[in-house]
Design a protein around this ligand. Structure first.
Ligand code: MIC
Ligand code: SF4
Length: 640
């Protein structure tokens, strides 16, 4: 067996390990944060669980950290009290970005982690099976119930050779995207093997595992080896180390080889992480902003390298350089070693230890601005400025470019900076509050400020649906398109009526009012609809407005699961050519919904053209029952 199959087998509680068929696995650890946790905890409560049952469950406060109004502080008070009541760890703001902190402090090879964030994949760097999902699925796993997913196929990515100076793990992640594109990993897990592995530290592997989700893959898994042991020793968690690898002769569904020695510095140009080019080909693009950090590249080695590059130099006078350490541990190390002073002296603006710029919570670029970032997504609007142009690259490329003021191949800088991590990092978990004892928890009242709105409730699926086509969209629609990033929208994650005003707002500012006025409606997309984040708000808020079905050629895994969880029909076109005939404003009708079955073909009547077309409900029997009930919460209320 390959390593993915071995871990799945060890946690399998339902189904058979046949690729594509739904399986249920038990979950050891869960995480949510302050953009997804509000809904997850409200839903956990609504599901009636008294206390978390997973081995370890965490809430991080890392996304919604601007306090320009009461909303985020209300959310944090809610989350802190819910953590206490239900038995979760609560990482206070300042502890760091969930994925970085989780990797440093809680990762255990061979365990499963389910996170209400798409980049939960990061923990695959130490041989965890770490998967992103919507908040409701995570709430269920927090309660100790299995997590369901289609049994993945496995793509082996064999690494050979060794990276040349100035070429980094980020360039490997971008090379994977260049080859697989944003859809090439769909339905699969990326498993890394080969002699090149021994040259990659865990934090470098984590950059690659982090961006695996950008290929549409379920996650990525690295073996647990001596590099893993070294990392865990530095983190004081060697006791949790165990070696893990695929069996000799393991079989894979697809294989790729990447010769690390042949790679060069790469960048993803606007507006997709798979729009990958050598930096040298785009060298000279004038930049306004350089932003270093995020869960992709906010590690000790990343930022010490940046500080080393900037030491004794000044950034270009027109550049705004922002640096956000990935965790408090990294921040403390930078301070203790004088690297912070180097960054400040070079002209960097030191940001809070949080996601920050990565999804537009602060540092939104100017209109039409150009920003070079070490983060993982450069979708339109991702930075909070709809017209901005985002390039993605390694910390080295970013630092050298900040000095030059234009996109620059770092190999032009001179000798590469080598950073060796210390034998032991600063270990200080004082901002991570452990679960309260049961007696204390029972006394806790959950704090609900005005930003915490009640959960919307949805009725069961009717026998027939009729509605207007509200929007027709292209391929690879992202959840940032459906519900944009940015501080003012993120602040409303606990308030569905309020956040629903922003659904599709970058594409059609009137969608919200049109959909509400129309009552029920449909949206039409192309391939890989709903790629990107795990935010279930991209299903929940449209459902609240009246969206009843999305018709597309195919769906991204997490978003499809979220659509089902909130009772929106994910309808796959049997004949993709039919897409061209569906126009906004037409009326569609679907009948015979009284007894949904998995894989069912349904006939959609186009009442405007009088033509029929077929769609398939590619869901499991479990999901068909959820859709029938009007969503997972409605289903659990019915069975309670
Ligand atoms: C992202 O990187 O897009 C986010 C913001 O972390 C999201 C989470 C969210 O939008 O709730 C993700 O990746 O899932
Ligand atoms: Fe935070 Fe960005 Fe990572 Fe999402 S991708 S968890 S917003 S740092």
């Amino acid at each position: 067996m390959n390593l993915v199959q071995k871990i799945i087998k060890s946690r399998l509680v339902d189904g058979e390990m046949i690729p594509g068929q739904e399986i249920g696995i038990s979950i050891d650890q869960t995480l949510v944060h302050d953009a997804t946790g509000q809904m997850a905890l409200l839903q956990f409560e609504a599901l009636g669980f008294p206390r978390v049952a997973a081995r370890r469950s965490l809430i991080y406060t890392d996304h919604n950290i601007l306090q320009v109004g009461y909303e985020n502080a209300d959310d944090h008070a809610f989350l802190a009290s819910a953590a206490k009541k239900f038995g979760l760890h609560y990482a206070r703001t300042g502890a760091g970005i969930c994925h970085q902190v989780n990797l440093e402090r809680f990762a255990v090879p061979g365990q499963t982690l389910l996170g209400a964030d798409s980049h939960t994949t990061t923990a695959g760097a130490v041989g965890m099976l770490a998967i992103g999902a919507g908040g409701l699925d995570v709430a269920v796993a927090m309660g100790g119930r299995p997590f369901y997913l289609p049994m993945p196929g496995v793509i082996r990515i064999e690494l050979t050779g060794r990276l040349q100076p100035w070429v980094r793990a980020k360039d490997v992640a971008l090379e994977v995207l260049r080859r697989l594109t944003v859809a090439g990993g769909r339905g699969r897990v990326l498993e890394f093997t080969g002699p090149g592995l021994k040259t990659l530290m865990v934090t470098e592997r984590s950059t690659i595992a982090n961006m695996s989700i950008e290929t549409g893959a379920i996650t990525a898994v690295f073996p647990s080896d001596e590099m893993t042991r070294n990392f865990m020793r530095r983190e004081g968690s060697e006791a949790n180390y165990q070696p893990l690898a695929a069996d000799p002769g393991a079989v894979y569904d697809q294989e790729l080889t990447i010769n690390l020695s042949e790679l060069e510095p790469l960048t993803a140009a606007p507006h997709s992480p798979d729009n990958v080019h050598p930096v040298r080909e785009l060298a000279g693009v004038r930049l306004d902003q350089v932003a270093i950090g995020s869960c992709t590249n906010g590690s000790y080695v990343d930022l010490m390298t940046v500080a080393g590059i900037l030491r004794g130099r000044q950034i270009a006078s027109h550049i705004s350089l922002v640096v956000a350490p990935g965790s408090r541990q990294v921040f403390q190390e930078l301070a203790n070693r004088g690297a912070l002073a180097d960054l400040i002296a070079a002209g960097a603006r030191i940001m809070e230890v949080a996601c920050g710029f990565c999804n537009g919570v602060g540092q939104a670029p100017r209109t039409n601005g150009v920003s070079l970032r070490t983060s993982n997504r450069n979708f339109p609007g991702r930075s909070g400025t709809a017209s901005a142009n985002l390039y993605l690259a390694s910390p080295e490329t970013a630092a050298v470019s900040a000095l030059a003021g234009v996109l620059t191949d770092p190999r032009s800088y001179g000798e590469a900076i080598a950073v060796i991590p210390p034998d032991r990092f600063v270990l200080d978990d004082t901002l991570i509050i452990p679960p309260a004892p049961v007696a204390e928890a029972d006394q806790v009242e959950i704090v609900r400020g005005p930003n915490i709105a009640p959960l919307p409730r949805f009725a069961a699926l009717p026998e027939a649906i009729e509605g207007e086509v509200m929007l027709t969209l292209g391929d690879n629609v992202t959840t940032d398109d459906i519900l944009p990033a940015g501080a003012h929208i993120l602040a409303l994650r606990a308030n569905i009526p309020a956040i629903s005003k922003y659904v599709f707002s970058n594409i059609d500012p009137d969608y919200h009012s049109r959909q509400q006025a129309a009552g029920s409606g449909f949206v039409v997309g192309g391939r890989n609809y709903g790629q990107g984040s795990s935010r279930e708000h991209a299903a929940l808020a449209p459902r609240y407005l009246g969206l009843r079905g999305v018709i597309a050629e195919s769906f991204a895994r997490i978003h499809k699961a979220n659509l089902v969880n909130f009772g929106i029909l994910p309808l796959e076109l049997v004949s993709p050519a039919d897409r061209a005939e569906i126009q906004a404003g037409q009326r569609l009708a679907l009948a015979g919904l009284g007894r949904l079955t998995a894989g069912q073909t349904l006939t959609v009547k186009n009442l405007t053209t009088g033509r029929n077309f077929e769609v398939q409900l590619e869901v499991s029997p479990r999901q068909a029952a959820i859709l029938q009930a009007g969503g997972l919460l409605a289903q659990s209320a019915q069975t309670a």
